[in-house]
Write a protein that binds this ligand. Sequence first.
Ligand code: NAI
Ligand code: MG
Length: 517
Amino acid sequence: MGGGFGERARLQVPAPRSDLSEPEPVVSELDKPKRDLEVPGDWTYASAPESRDIVRIAERYGHFVGGEWLEPAETYETIAPRDEEPLAAVGQGTRADVDCAVAAARAAYADGWSSLSGSERAKYLFRIARLLQERSREFAVLESLNGGKPIKESRDVDLPLAAAHFFYYAGWADKLEYAFPNRRPRPVGVAGQIIPWNFPLLMLAWKVAPALACGNTVVLKPAETTPLSALLFCDVLRQAELPPGVVNIVTGDGRTGAALVEHDGVDKIAFTGSTEVGKGIQRRLAGSGKRLTLELGGKAANIVFDDAALDQAVEGIVNGIYFNQGHVCCAGSRLFVQESIYEPLVAKLQRRLSTLRVGDPLDKNTDIGAINSAAQLEKIRELVASGEQEGAEIYQPPCTLPEKGYWFAPTVFTNVAQSYRIAQEEIFGPVLSVLTFRTPEEAIEKANNTPYGLSAGVWTEKGSRILWMAQRLRAGVVWANTYNRFDPSSPFGGYKESGFGREGGRHGLEPYLEFDR
Ligand code: NAI
Ligand code: MG
């Protein structure tokens, strides 16, 4: 990091040709290099940090219940993963706190929210969407600081998509009868929502927007490592004048989540997180009559055929696995390459990897930020070590990692067998496993050889092959000649151990509605 020409940053022009033995190419007057300008000899990026002055972080936060801040009985410290700087003391929600929040949500539900007309509910959702847009820089900085993701991603992906989600569901709020003709939809009641740390505000939007659009009230628990954007969101709710108790936020770790799952006053649980915890929640709720949707892990296949545009595919592979440090449930973590293009593709990929910049999440040049937590870093290291032990070949581009904080270099494993743990288990880090195939049938067989089924990617020039593949891949989302594209109108969710239920689109309304017929 840090460019060598900061002191003499002047107009950057191409270096003059020193080799005069060949005739100079004909160039227009305008294109001719101006030799009197100083030319930088070092092309490393100068750092371009985003200022954090726009965000005010309080020293201490309580739980947001019934429109007010509830003093927490216990607190813990939330930190910045880039350097372990303590950011704030945050409440560790107890059963009693969850109880208060559920009571507030129930009261708000009965006291007008559930019977409010759809067009009135939509007004609040539109306001929230616009406020998120207005305050997006503030939210983006906070998201990167507390979660470790590069500012260019929080700024260009998380925030626009979170706002888009509220806009989208605002549009449905007064059209539910048309979304489900002849079925008389009505709200479910109080929704308990538990979200992970990889897209803190975006996952909040995915959960809160459809719930409110359908007339439910909410108790949401953010992940323990990334509570700050959800707490700032409470200020947006205040600005939007959302009636108190419609959205309540209780922070804390898995114990707080478990208390919410077990609470008798909750009618529906929506969970995004690990498959292990998801299975536990499903067991816990069996027979309770509580509604449940689960969005769990993945081990997606990103499949490249020999007729694909290779440079474009390399960009898609990089976006598929290094986006958000690979902390993505639908990450393209298993790359399947058709044998005939294996060598050129891997060479291109390795060359591309060496241009990725790992470092400060608040630097606008950063491609790969900090790993979210010490625990996640430990998990990545352990799985990577198992890959080396089992016999895979590791490649990491030369890069200097910051000394403080949690970091992991972008990694590619070749020579991977399907049985290796790195080909089976979700790593949730910037680690790609490369495998090969010869025929489309073999690609399908191998791609589906996983307990998960959240997403997949197909790279080929042939439209017919895309359709053939999409029909056979057991995955909730199949991207063709692109990867990690999201839109609020498009449903997202999994098969098998990736969970059930859909978020986004008209499908995303259903989990928050009861039907009289
Ligand atoms: P986790 O499943 O423990 O945490 C996700 C959320 O669930 C957090 O808000 C957490 O506080 C809550 N939680 C934990 N235990 C709970 C319980 N017993 N009852 C109710 N809520 C509970 O995931 P964790 O430990 O943060 O990450 C472990 C692995 O899970 C990751 O390495 C990754 O492989 C996977 N994961 C997948 C995600 C996805 O988007 N599908 C998101 C986060 C993690
Ligand atoms: Mg856990």
